[in-house]
Design a protein around this ligand. Sequence first.
Ligand code: NAD
Length: 365
Amino acid sequence: MEVFTAAEQGGHERILFAQDGDSGLKAIIAVHSTVLGPALGGTRFYPYACEEDALADALRLSRAMTRKNAAAGLDFGGGKAVIMGDPHTLKSERLLRAYGRAIESLGGAYVTAEDVGTTIADMEMIARETGYVTGAAHDSGGSGDPSPVTARGLMAAMRGAARSLWGSPDLSGRHVAIQGVGKVGGAFARLLAEVGACLTIADVNEEAVKGLASELGATIASPDRVHATECDVFAPCALGGALNPETVPELRCAAVLGSANNQLASDDLAADLAARDILYVPDFIVNAGGVINLAEEVGREYRLERANRRVDGIEATVIELLARARETGVTPLDEAIARADRRIREVGGLHARVARSPHTGSGAR
Ligand code: NAD
């Protein structure tokens, strides 16, 4: 991959490659946009097959964060970082602190958080070297694990979609098929069960799926066929790319709504879903609860009730987004991208004119 060409094509502002030979750190921090504020996005620690894959992931995910943060109305731009390697064997204090210094060297252009392969404890270790970090534990004044709040945001999005599809937010008796019952998918399944939804669940982790199915009375599907379940809503809550040219024709649901980032293998699949009369509620609108929660700890004391209130606002966002998409005859994805672009255009210019604290109140504690 030609790095500058890729950055130019994606519109990325800067990319930092950081290494520390002693700990084995190889990290890429992609700052996609700071137009709305510091680039906020998590650190993914993953055993990428090669450097090119790691870079491609950082570029793709950071761009998606710009959309997500803008569409959620946050004063943050988009960024994402990846650390190459197996977190189970490579993670060490030295590596995390060396990574923290790399974040610090960006002077606040990038603010990190946890993601696949990183934990709250890792964020606290990174915070020993930099203030530009969010997601510490509640008892350290942070916003804690974002997963339960993300699941709460999924429920808000479900109510919004249900109103649009069926004229009522009531989810009792609705059948939801969940692909991936990890931190978010598992919490989402429990919340759905509480309101009387009927569940089909699938996960490559057989133990986890069996335990949850017996707890909630859910049906188990195979991970590679769950998308084809006849249901009201298919919820991709595992990894990206669940909606691709093979799976989209096999869907038998009224709507797709889940937490996974980058659910569409390519954006043009949104039109294929619309042509099949399947409502796709864009992932970066639906799963913004996690980042809304993180933003609540930056520059002020974190309050769960305030975070929950803002996350519940995803219901109104979904209703408005779907109504506008219908009125203008575009897909919900196009409308969601337009919503993010509008905000960047309308509010983004402020930064050039208004002096900001170098630390936006900062993730520093
Ligand atoms: P997780 O790792 O806890 O859960 C993912 C689950 O998916 C695991 O149980 C895993 O075994 C399962 N899985 C993996 N491949 C699968 C497959 N092919 N079929 C079925 N199951 C499979 O991660 P999480 O924190 O729950 O996040 C899930 C998704 O939501 C990710 O895409 C993440 O980026 C996104 N997301 C998470 C948050 C958050 O707050 N944690 C916020 C926004 C977006």
